[in-house]
Design a protein around this ligand. Sequence first.
Ligand SMILES: Nc1ncnc2c1ncn2[C@@H]1O[C@H](COP(=O)(O)OP(=O)(O)O)[C@@H](O)[C@H]1O
Ligand SMILES: [Mg+2]
Length: 412
Amino acid sequence: MARVLLLIPTTSYRAKDFLDATDAVGATAVVGSDQPQVLADAAPGTSLAVDFHDIDAGVATIAAFHRDYPLDAIIPADEQAAVLAAAASHALNLDHSPTHAVQIAGNKHLLRQALAPAPVDSPAFTVLSVDDDPSKAARSVTYPCVLKPLSLSGSRGVLRADGDNSFVEAFFRVKQIIEDAGDRAGPDRDKILVEAYVPGIEVALEALLIDGELHPLALFDKPDPLEGPTFEETIYVTPSRLDDTTQGAVIAATSNAAKAIGLAQGPVHAELRINDGGIWVIEVAARSIGGLCGRTLKFGAGLSLEEIILRHALGLPQSDLDRGADASGVMMIPIPSGGVLASVGGQDAARDVPGIEDVRITIPDGQPVVPLPEGDKYLGFIFARGEDPATVEAALRTAHAALEIKIDPAES
Ligand SMILES: Nc1ncnc2c1ncn2[C@@H]1O[C@H](COP(=O)(O)OP(=O)(O)O)[C@@H](O)[C@H]1O
Ligand SMILES: [Mg+2]
């Protein structure tokens, strides 16, 4: 039986989906965690405590484990573990994208540098030190612009600025967010990236790279405007309602970007903006879609996204990567205000909306909730399926409107 090491950060939403997928493909899972206490009762050979951020030490730990319990694939459940998975795969001679390419995809400054000479549209950028004087920088940037940390995700710490005052304010806010994120902000946490703001509509492409070739899995429209100053992800609906030519151009742009970065194997999640000036690559991450959003996708005879990823990593025959004819979508429920979550009412009513498949509130009552740009969690997820994208979008909006989210303001 094949053995798969799943690198699962404790903050990941995806442990269950990857474990279920490992079962479904007939492999044995080894859970790799950065929190040794969650592994306390595990049987020998079924778990591994490993530091996701100390790559050399992590590779040595995994290589030692591999001598006793040979591994056939190493899968990161989230961005945070992607570089370690690549480096360890390299050490164990498992097929994978080059470590350097995965590092580029996980670092927004390296990404912009890699895309600048490539045949893709990528916004102008400059990088600042967190110790720079932002009032000086504010005089030399072109507005509107976007400030962002180099290695966070989920729009955490991403802020638009339209002028000197909002730039200076945003700079200090992003600096604090990076400081609060600690290790998670990556090795370049002394820097802030500033990019030209790209207007336009936004899409997300989910794809699988097989031997350097990009295979699209799903193209999602993001029908809610994302104009800042913060960039809450909300609704994703697939298939896209864009015309075929534009869809083809989005796929080609992502493929060119992946080549420029050097990615060759495994899942990619790309975000692009479309306007009269072109198809702009905002992000290409060497991972699959985050949160529980992957649950909206089923392939061929009903395979999950995680099964597709595992089958590819294990070199198993890949059945059909076709998503089928129906439309599906997910709403990442944003946290509307900060405080303590008192209750989320109306969940049954939301589930009863025609087309709604599931409503998952992922923060328990009584827990603190922090909205963007500081927050790093969604309140939950709403899943819908239907005949066409417009029906799915409408169902998601109706279900969201049925929720009664009560948050007690934090005492100050
Ligand atoms: N240069 C930009 N122009 C316009 N919008 C942007 C730009 N950069 C980021 N955004 C918006 O912010 C969101 C999050 O930024 P992104 O770079 O993807 O960071 P994250 O890794 O946190 O998702 C994007 O999906 C997009 O809506
Ligand atoms: Mg993004």
